[in-house]
Design a binder for this molecule. Structure first.
Ligand code: ACO
Length: 311
């Protein structure tokens, strides 16, 4: 890239201007955004699977309607985000192929199973809670289409987080077995939720460049700490115990000290070896294969129309 163009681009970023699809941008900026927005879109789509698993088994009609609406919202988020990524010059088909052949990732969290109904509470409360913590600052990200997509996504995520907390409240106020299920769901979801923010800052290869370009607004550890600080009082309110004996309030820093996740587990999960990676990707592969006839028909129809227009 031409150094003068790069410098002028950085001036626009530093002035807080939004970069729009037809504006000049460094190739690295475009590439990083395709990676992050595409990965974010895949996460929303794959993220439907662990909760979709419980729609037919929701305990009441109201819970079922809420869960159904939430899972549909996630599909919508995936679609806005694919559209935002497409403005950078990559097609949705290409991104899907990259997901299926392992060139693109999706969030580590969706490689864990949802074993009981209480997991619907823990996922809404913690996973959507962590997603909001990460996405609220992204409303100020420098790329216009991504920032605007985040506005609506955040409104919906906040409903998701509340419906999860509401399920947890019902479980902890239920019988002893229901309370045990809620604690068990928290025990299994806590560390995977902390891992959603990405590796610790010292291992985050993309953070410094992404922050200079305002593709990211905060570091991984900053957001993780904010999440811990906000979530501990919520767990106390529920009467549940966060599964971390090292968790203590630190008067000096004004934050909770907590035990780091097992980073070996994190890197293992993102390299394809989590408990559900194979299942999740095979579900996406099946959906892609099942839709092939429709994609072929649409392409043939478009080609026929184009010839007719020429004639
Ligand atoms: N799951 C899977 N992969 C991850 C995760 C995670 N939780 N965290 C980091 N990684 C990957 C990165 O993609 C990168 O690998 P790559 O170079 O092959 O792409 C590697 O680990 C190193 O991490 P970082 O350098 O810290 O990567 P980055 O700067 O992209 O930060 C983060 C990661 C925080 C997830 C960032 O991409 C982001 O904010 N993304 C947008 C939010 C998002 O995707 N949310 C999905 C959550 S679920 C939901 O909303 C439904």
């Amino acid at each position: 890239d031409d150094p003068a163009k790069l410098a002028a681009f950085q001036v626009r970023i530093d002035a807080g201007e939004k970069i729009e699809p037809k504006d000049w941008m460094p190739e690295g900026y475009r590439k990083t955004l395709i990676r992050q927005v595409g990965q974010h879109a895949h996460s929303e789509i794959v993220g439907q699977l662990p909760e979709g698993n419980w729609i037919t088994r929701a305990p009441t009609l109201e819970r079922k309607a809420n869960l159904l609406a939430k899972v549909q919202d996630e599909a919508g988020h995936g679609l806005y985000l694919y559209c935002a990524a497409e403005t950078l010059g990559v097609s949705r088909d290409e991104m899907t192929e990259m997901l299926l052949d392992g060139r693109m990732k999706y969030s580590s969290i969706f490689n864990y199973p949802t074993l009981t109904w209480a997991d619907m509470g823990a996922v809404g409360w913690l996973v959507d809670g962590a997603a909001i913590m990460n996405q609220v600052p992204l409303q100020r990200t420098s790329y216009g289409p991504y920032a605007r997509a985040m506005v609506r996504v955040c409104k919906e995520e906040s409903f998701h987080q509340r419906q999860g907390f509401h399920i947890m409240m019902a479980m902890v106020n239920g019988n002893a077995e229901q309370k045990r299920m809620a604690q068990d769901a928290l025990n299994r979801t806590w560390y995977p939720a902390l891992m959603m923010f990405g590796p610790s800052d010292k291992d985050s290869v993309h953070s410094s460049q992404s922050m200079a370009w305002k593709i990211k607004i905060n570091t991984n550890d900053e957001l993780r700490q904010k999440f811990v600080d906000e979530t501990v009082p919520q767990a106390e309110y529920l009467g549940l115990t966060i599964p971390d004996e090292g968790l203590t309030w630190n008067e000096e820093t004004g934050h909770y000290d907590y035990t780091e996740p097992d980073w070996n587990e994190f890197f293992d999960v993102i390299s394809g070896n989590g408990p559900c990676n194979v299942d999740r990707l095979s579900a996406r592969q099946k959906a892609w294969d099942d839709g092939a006839w429709l994609r072929d028909a649409m392409t043939a129809h478009a080609a026929k129309k184009a010839t007719r227009n020429l004639a």
